[in-house]
Design a protein around this ligand. Sequence first.
Ligand code: I3P
Length: 104
Amino acid sequence: IEGYLKRKQEAGCGGKRATVRSWRTYYAVLCGQLLCFFRDQQDFGSSKAAAPPVAILNARCTVADDYTKRAHVFRLACGDGAEFLFACGSARLLHDWVAKLAFH
Ligand code: I3P
C-alpha cells in the first residue's frame, strides 16, 4: 500500500514526547516491515527518502478515535515506544491503511 498521508510524531524512541510536533505530508510506502516516507511519488521512484523509515514489526495500529482535530486518523505505536498519528484522505483509505498495518 502507498499514498499520501499527513503525519504527526507524538513520541520518539522510549516514548519521549516528540519535539517536532507539526503535521507533515509524505508519500508513504509500506515496504515489507518498513513504512517509508518520501516527499512525493517521484522521489519514491528515485529512492530519495524524506524521513527515516518506521519499523512496523511489533507495532500496534489502531483508528485514533480519541484524536478529534482531524478526520480519518490512525495511530501507529511502535515497538520502540515511538508513536505517530497519520491522517488519511478518506474513510476508505483509513480502513485500507489500518488493515495493512495492523495485520501485516
Ligand atoms: C505544533 C502544531 C501541531 C499541533 C502541536 C503543536 O506546533 O501546531 O499541529 O498538534 O500541538 O505543537 P508547531 O507547528 O509549532 O510545531 P495538533 O494539530 O494535534 O494540535 P501539541 O504540541 O499539543 O501536539
